[in-house]
Ligand binder design. Structure first.
Ligand SMILES: Nc1ncnc2c1ncn2[C@@H]1O[C@H](COP(=O)(O)OP(=O)(O)OP(=O)(O)O)[C@@H](O)[C@H]1O
Ligand SMILES: [Mg+2]
Length: 472
């Protein structure tokens, strides 16, 4: 694209200038000769445009294939463990070979188009030149123009054809420029979220009263409702739990609060005002999220814990947050402690450890509204107990959304919503829901208590056996 603008676009002006000056000179010599000299120009322009379309298409194909190839390569590198674990090396290699071959073929075709254009345009232009010379020669013989004019004409004609030849090249090369330009604009045109826009410009922190009124939501690229007609109300400081099978819309629902997406129907009120009237930046400062898939930057653990806290924090504060999130001991065990770099260039943390670092981050951020998306799913039972304690403390005086699969994690919530395919199928407290025999909640409860009991019995039996062995 850069090459196109720096070399070609400027060239067009020069081409036009040379062409018109020479043409004017020829017309001055003889008007008829002037028109004769340009008869094939429409043809050459038409040929150029025809190639322009073909080359544009070929270049698009080529670039698309290039994207496919780099995606394949990137996925294979990042997912190398999955590939190995499933013994798919051969398959992936073949896939790469195939994609690479396709790219080669498409590149070849593109080159072929370019290389076809040149001889073709030269034949037409050569014909034009020959025709001009012959015509002018006859005119000289007939005495219509003087010999001197003929000599001048032969010089001028070359300079008339030359810019046309270049124009054709510019047109054909412009096609790749256009494709690159389109791709660039696709990215540039992505609307930027306005972080500060909003009818309300609140000063202090929110109270945390949230009300959903018949809220529905469809993803902009989707067709079906991910959230459908959901209504509930939470008072400041209360906790609300979302329970539901995978894909039921729990994450989508809580993501509406920081306005990662705007709901499509209904109304969400925060402290009695329309959520959409709050600036996004403010909402995101007030809401702390422990995301389902924790993400850490390839920076030090300290920087990761401090991420987005937005105030100066002492080492003591960082450590107590890490302790509360049951991750301090893990960090302290690294030689570099809190300066340990995580990610590609540093140590690899386990899923549970990452999650606990993000919990520490959220504890430090100290938000009024807290969202815990499955935040204990990636840890063992013992660590879970430790984190749960920390989270229980954290939940004090905050409106908290808890997403969990285990009944145990949601039992204490002030309100439990059971979601199914984006709809609330049950709501109430644990005591209310557990008495509804045959309901989804009750079924999940029964299954989980049975599993827990079996586990307990097994552990007890193991202990018993171990004791008997000891006594022997
Ligand atoms: N960014 C997105 N764009 C389009 N559709 C999405 C997007 N994220 C989720 N979905 C769809 O929305 C539905 C609900 O997904 P969601 O992640 O909210 O479920 P969930 O209840 O959080 O599930 P899980 O328990 O597995 O976390 C799914 O059908 C999913 O395919
Ligand atoms: Mg989810």
């Amino acid at each position: 694209l850069r090459r196109f603008f720096s070399e070609q676009a400027i060239g067009v002006g020069r081409i036009a200038l040379i062409f018109f000056v020479n043409w004017a000179a020829i017309l001055y010599i003889n008007v008829k000769l002037g028109w004769i000299s340009v008869v094939t120009i429409p043809l050459i322009l038409w040929v150029s445009l025809w190639f322009f379309k073909r080359v544009t298409k070929a270049y698009e194909d080529y670039q698309a294939q290039e994207a496919v190839l780099s995606t394949t390569l990137q996925e294979n590198l990042t997912g190398v463990r999955v590939v190995k674990a499933f013994a798919r090396q051969d398959y992936e290699m073949q896939k790469f070979e195939k994609d690479n071959w396709l790219k080669y073929v498409k590149g070849k075709f593109l080159l072929l188009m370019h290389s076809l254009f040149w001889p073709l345009s030269d034949i037409v232009l050569g014909g034009q030149m020959l025709f001009g010379f012959v015509f002018a020669a006859f005119m000289t013989l007939n005495g219509e123009i003087r010999v001197g004019d003929f000599v001048a004409y032969t010089g001028l004609l070359v300079w008339l054809i030359f810019p046309i030849r270049n124009l054709g090249r510019v047109i054909v090369q412009a096609s790749s420029g256009m494709v690159s330009y389109q791709r660039l604009m696709d990215v540039a045109k992505q609307a930027r979220e306005d972080l500060d826009e909003g009818k309300i410009q609140p000063q202090g922190p929110v109270r945390g009263e949230i009300e959903f009124k018949n809220v529905s939501f469809i993803y902009s690229d989707g067709t079906k409702h991910v959230i459908k007609d959901v209504s509930f109300r939470v008072e400041p400081g209360q906790s609300i739990a979302l329970l539901g099978s995978t894909g039921s819309g729990k994450t989508s629902l809580v993501n509406l609060l920081p306005r990662f997406h705007d709901f499509t129907d209904g109304e969400i009120l925060l402290d009695g005002a329309d959520l959409r009237d709050y600036p996004r930046k403010y909402l995101r400062e007030q809401i702390g999220i422990v995301q389902q898939e924790p993400f850490l930057f390839s920076r030090s653990i300290r920087e990761n814990i401090l991420y987005g806290v937005g105030r100066s924090v002492t080492q003591d504060e960082i450590e107590s947050a890490a302790k509360a999130a049951a991750v301090h001991d893990v960090i302290a065990a690294f030689p570099d402690g809190y300066n340990t770099v995580v990610g590609e260039k540093g140590v690899t943390l386990s899923g549970g450890q990452k999650q606990r670092v993000t919990i520490a981050r959220t504890i430090l951020k100290n938000p009024k509204i807290l969202i815990l998306d499955d935040s204990t799913s990636a840890v063992d039972t013992e660590t879970e107990a430790a984190i749960r304690q920390a989270l229980d403390d954290l939940m004090q005086n905050r409106t908290t959304f808890i997403i969990a699969h285990r009944i145990q994690s949601v039992m204490k919530a002030d309100l439990i919503l059971v979601l199914d395919k984006g709809q609330v199928v049950q709501h109430g407290t644990h005591e209310e829901l557990v008495t509804q025999i045959g309901s989804m909640y009750r079924r999940v409860y029964d299954i989980q208590t049975r599993i827990d009991e079996e586990l307990e019995r097994e552990i007890m039996m193991k202990d018993e056996r171990a004791r008997m062995k000891d006594e022997w």
